[in-house]
Write a protein that binds this ligand. Structure first.
Ligand SMILES: [Cu+2]
Length: 533
């Protein structure tokens, strides 16, 4: 049923992406001039949407451990369907961790291992990945390491352990499946930061996250707590995402197979990425939060499938507040970096301090997205409600333990392209010209090796490495951008851009991944195997 809007979307979406590659092979100045301003297409909700800044900001509940004996914090999470009121007066069916969206937050202490027993009561297999975790491979949530529902039969749907994104579907011989429950162990031997956990099932990650399978996981330690940063009610985790709603209140997502059982993929016009027209923060649409006139620490995650943000904080009378970045994906920076606006790709996290102490009580500060249009330009608001004492501080030195990898230490330089291409006779998204294939090892690295990876993109691709954090060496052949400081696990590549990253592959041996974190791209092939030996 092609119509004009579909054709237009197609041209702006994957058509534009393919154009960059097909006609030039490499990106040229001309192609860059035509580069798409965003990668993805927006759904339109069919329910009345609430005016912004009416709904209070929810804070995800912090999960209580079922046991803390033996130096290990043990948690249990049940993955189940539920109905919740995301939009006022509208009931929406969700797939959740423990009945909430976002799922419950896990608070971990550095050096104290965490074990989470996940129980899958959803109608499909699931896989849990802790994004940014330094996790042994057996607990890293490899996309075929499925937790099957209790009554799932392999033959029934043809998909247990099977993957459909290759021409010849076969079972992944290394997949470790379990039924109903699986224990994921996180050693928590890593820098304090905010991670997030989400579904990672092969071919179906994007719709599973969209339905609600995402939650926060915060690691803390004494050194960070001794800095005097804003804390308690002045530390706010903010998981920002977008969704769209059908007329019956259900979440709108353009899956080919609405059951998410057999056939992966999205309708053609959304191949470049699925965007919603409702911005949710911690599951609430355009929420508002009352704050003291004091410094606040915002721990921001872009949990969207494909939407990029460029955040700014502006008062209603047009004053823009500085955003003082104190941390990146993988924890504290060496020293704070002040931004006027902060770009965020899917899966990136920024740890930011805003000082509401400089503003008159009664003032509203909006967090806005400069890349949005109309409603999607609005994100959330802070209402400065009262004067308050503020003994927090942002020290000039935040951390001294960042890695000091040097170019000369690197024993390998590798090149990877992230581009649109053909897969199974249709559109796909490829790394180095190949779609994901579990049984093929794409990269083998030695444990402890330092390497430089050169990444090049056709359209926007937020590239994520499992297991390790990395530093950004160059972007477009130049020094990195201000927001590239610190230790990252996801790098946002712009259309036509090349970047160099450096990392050391330490931690654990085993089979890991690197992939695009545009979740639709990830499901359509843009993932590769990383074997640490
Ligand atoms: Cu991508």
């Amino acid at each position: 049923m092609p119509d004009h809007s579909v054709t237009r979307r197609h041209v702006l979406g994957i058509g534009g992406a393919l154009g960059l590659v097909t006609f030039t092979g490499v990106t040229t100045a001309g192609a860059l001039a035509r580069r798409p301003p965003r990668t993805g297409d927006e759904l339109t909700s069919k329910v009345p949407l609430p005016p912004p800044y009416q709904v209070p900001l929810p804070l995800p509940k912090v999960l209580k451990p079922v046991s803390t004996s033996g130096g290990v914090d043990r948690y249990e999470i049940t993955q189940r369907e539920t109905t919740a009121e995301l939009l006022p007066g509208v009931r929406t069916g969700l797939w959740t961790y423990d009945g909430t969206f976002p799922g419950p937050t896990i608070e971990a202490r550095r050096g104290r291992p965490v074990t989470v027993r996940h129980r899958n009561e959803l109608p499909v297999p699931t896989v849990v990945h802790l994004h940014g975790g330094r996790t042994p491979a057996t607990s890293d949530g490899y996309p075929t390491d499925l937790v099957l529902p209790e009554n799932w039969q392999a033959g029934q749907h043809g998909m247990s352990g099977m993957h459909m994104s290759t021409a010849n579907p076969m079972k992944d011989p290394r997949a470790v499946e379990s039924r109903l429950t699986r224990d994921y162990t996180f050693p928590t031997d890593q820098r304090p930061t905010m991670l997030w956990y989400h579904d990672h099932r092969m071919d179906f990650t994007a719709p599973a996250i969209w339905r609600g399978l995402a939650g926060l996981h915060i690691i803390r330690d004494d050194a960070e707590e001794a800095l005097g940063l804003p804390t308690g009610p002045r530390e706010l985790p903010l998981a920002i995402t977008d969704r769209a709603f059908n007329a019956d209140g259900s979440l709108h997502y353009p899956s080919v197979d609405k059951t998410l059982r057999d056939k992966p993929g999205v309708q053609e016009e959304y191949l470049a990425g699925v965007l919603g027209d409702v911005i949710l923060v911690n599951g609430a649409p355009w929420p508002v939060h009352e704050v003291d006139a004091a410094r606040h620490r915002l721990r921001i995650l872009n949990a969207s499938n494909a939407r990029h943000f460029e955040l700014e904080a502006v008062t209603d009378d047009g004053r823009r507040l500085p955003l003082t970045q104190i941390g990146a994906d993988q924890g504290l920076l060496a020293t704070p970096v002040t931004h006027r606006t902060l770009p965020m790709a899917p899966a990136e996290r920024y740890d930011v301090v805003i000082d509401f102490g400089t503003i008159k009580v009664g003032t509203r500060v909006r967090l806005r997205n400069r890349l949005g249009k109309g409603r999607t330009r609005e994100v959330m608001a802070f209402q400065v409600a009262r004067q308050a004492k503020d003994d927090s501080r942002v020290p000039r030195t935040l951390s001294t333990d960042l890695p000091t990898w040097r170019r000369a230490e690197a024993t390998r330089v590798r090149d990877f392209s992230f581009r649109a291409g053909r897969m199974n006779g249709g559109h796909g998204w490829l790394i180095g010209g190949k779609p994901f294939e579990p049984s093929r090892t794409d990269v083998t690295v030695r444990l402890g090796a330092t390497e430089i990876w050169r990444l090049v993109a056709d359209v926007h691709h937020p590239v994520h490495l499992h297991l390790v954090g990395f530093k950004i060496l160059t972007r477009g052949g130049r020094t990195p951008r201000p927001q590239d400081a610190g230790l990252k696990d996801t790098i946002s590549l712009s259309p036509g851009e090349t970047a160099e990253i450096i990392t050391r592959f330490d931690g654990y041996r085993g089979r890991y991944l690197f992939h695009c974190h545009n979740a639709e791209h990830e499901d359509m092939g843009m993932m590769a195997n990383l074997e640490v030996i």
